[in-house]
Design a protein around this ligand. Structure first.
Ligand code: NAD
Length: 497
């Protein structure tokens, strides 16, 4: 009998008010039930908000360096539990163990970075235009932050939000994706064991359309941070706009790797295999378009298909597996539908395009790594996020054309250029219309101390990671102290130099 998990609300592990649960199954073997998780309702969310407000009253007055110490200890616990959490994560969402270990490592890096920020959280002191007057800014906590996360980075993405939000003195309500509730549970356990006082974090499991929505619509949750699809992000954006909430959106991508005729092709090949088929293509920064200079197009396409065809599919927990399953039936169905769309648009399916058959694949959501050749700019497989192991290859005649193709999509998260020409590299860094550009590296590989986010419909201008995220989770307050003993009127009582 699978274990039954609970929410964490009002300082205790709590059964859902609905009395209902959903099953969480291993995508590599759907007979393996990981657990039953609460299908919570609005009443659970309401309780979580009331408790988080009490938590906020206490935590916002806790000195930031002390808040940082809790995150330091959380990071240490994640170090101890790295392998166990990675295994649980692979079982829950399918990506291979090396990748889930990396996912936990990103959480560890984020924890240690946040811990040190507790001793900075700088404001500014700047000169006033008047004598005997100080002008300064400092960071205040905001309140209860609602954090809604996707399935593909079950630990890293929640930590990107939760750790800076907590460090800044906010209380958080965490709604993990329905597909990865177990990793969410393990993260909250670590925070509590690290000494986070109980009402400061709330974990509410359930459907996005029910508890996610209730969280976004709750008037006492002034901050929402969402990572997920552009479609869901747009709905959340409309609500938050009407309710004047502070909102960070990290959404979809259609990221391209550009390979020029002077590139190191072996290096580019390793890069594209990792970028396109790592996490089974289910990364917001996955390389889903490969833009090849015509002079190397045919050679590189042959090299790519030869290697991609030999990638080893299988359960992520099995030694030697390179590509795990997709997250669920709908995700696999979507990839298969795009294969049909590509064929109807006249694209050739160079490799893959099928559900693999045979031993080991019967009970998992596997799909063969797929390469679409002869793709033209504007085709649906070139424009739309497929979120699976599918790569569209486009032929171009120049760097200018490659940049234009890169930019002519509604997304703008990540891009990558392979070249040995330093001038071309710098031009591309300027002209590629994405939040992140890699030179001679694939479209993936964010580091915790740098800002992460996209332009156009990949985001709404905020950034996760780096120092920038601390701006999002804190309110900048300005204080003027006039110690002249007289009324000094700004812009009226002016001084001569
Ligand atoms: P999704 O949009 O289906 O779900 C994301 C989260 O939103 C889940 O927790 C879900 O329960 C919740 N949700 C769904 N409907 C909601 C509603 N009406 N109100 C409130 N919450 C709701 O996304 P997914 O399938 O889990 O993840 C894949 C998507 O995430 C892809 O588009 C991918 O590009 C994107 N993504 C973006 C980034 C980034 O940083 N830009 C990172 C990872 C994933």
């Amino acid at each position: 009998m699978a274990e039954t998990f609970r929410n964490f609300i009002a300082g205790e592990w709590a059964t859902p008010s609905t009395g209902e649960y959903f099953e969480n199954r291993n995508p590599a073997d759907w007979n393996d039930v990981i657990g039953r998780f609460p299908r919570s309702g609005p009443a659970d969310l309401q309780r979580a908000v009331e408790s988080a407000k009490r938590g906020f009253a206490r935590w916002s007055k806790t000195p930031a360096p002390i808040r940082g110490q809790v995150l330091q200890r959380t990071g240490e616990l994640l170090v101890e539990r790295k392998d166990a959490i990675a295994r649980a994560m692979t079982r829950e969402m399918g990506k291979v163990l090396t990748e889930t270990r990396g996912d936990v490592q990103e959480g560890i890096d984020t924890a240690f970075y946040a811990a040190t920020e507790g001793r900075r959280l700088f404001g500014r002191v700047v000169p006033s235009e008047l004598r005997n007057k100080w002008a300064m800014t400092y960071r205040r906590p905001i309140g209860v932050a609602g954090l809604i996360t996707p399935f593909n980075f079950p630990l890293a993405i929640p930590t990107w939000k939760m750790f800076p939000a907590l460090l800044c003195g906010n209380a958080v309500i965490f709604k993990p994706a329905e597909d990865v509730p177990h990793t969410g549970h393990l993260l909250v356990e670590a925070l509590l064991e690290a000494g986070l006082p109980p009402e400061i974090v709330q974990l509410v499991h359930g459907q996005g359309s029910v508890v996610g929505r209730a969280l976004v619509e709750h008037p006492d949750v002034p901050v929402i941070s969402f990572t997920g699809s552009t479609e869901t992000g747009s709905m959340i954006g409309a609500t938050c706009g009407k309710m004047h909430k502070r909102l960070s959106l990290e959404m979809g991508g259609k990221n391209a790797m550009l390979v020029m005729d002077d590139a190191d092709l072996d290096l580019a090949l390793d890069g594209v295999l990792w970028g396109a088929f790592g996490t089974t293509g289910q990364r917001c920064t996955a390389t889903s378009r490969l833009i090849l200079h015509e002079k190397i197009h045919d050679r590189f396409l042959t090299m790519l298909c030869d290697r991609a065809e030999r990638l080893r599919l299988g359960p992520g927990l099995e030694e030697g597996t390179e590509v795990g399953p997709l997250i669920h039936a709908d995700a696999r169905q979507k990839v298969d539908e795009y294969v049909g769309i590509a064929k109807r648009e006249g694209v050739s399916v160079a490799i893959g395009g099928k559900i693999p058959q045979g031993k080991g694949f019967e009970c998992g959501w596997f799909y063969e790594p797929t390469v679409f050749a002869g793709v033209k700019p504007g085709m649906r497989v070139e424009q739309e996020e497929i979120f699976g192991p599918a790569l569209a290859v486009i032929r171009v005649g120049s760097l200018d054309e490659a940049i234009k193709v890169n930019n002519d999509v509604r997304y703008g998260l990540s891009s990558s250029l392979y070249t040995r020409d330093v001038n071309a590299a710098f031009r591309a860094m300027e002209d590629l219309d994405t939040g992140i550009t890699y030179v001679n590296a694939p479209t993936i590989g964010a580091e915790a101390h740098l800002p992460f986010g996209g332009v156009k419909q990949s985001g709404n201008g905020h950034r996760e990671g780096g120092w920038e995220v601390y701006d999002f989770y804190s309110e900048t307050k300005v204080c003027y102290v006039d110690y002249s003993g007289t009324l000094q009127r700004a812009q009226i009582d002016t001084y001569e130099p």
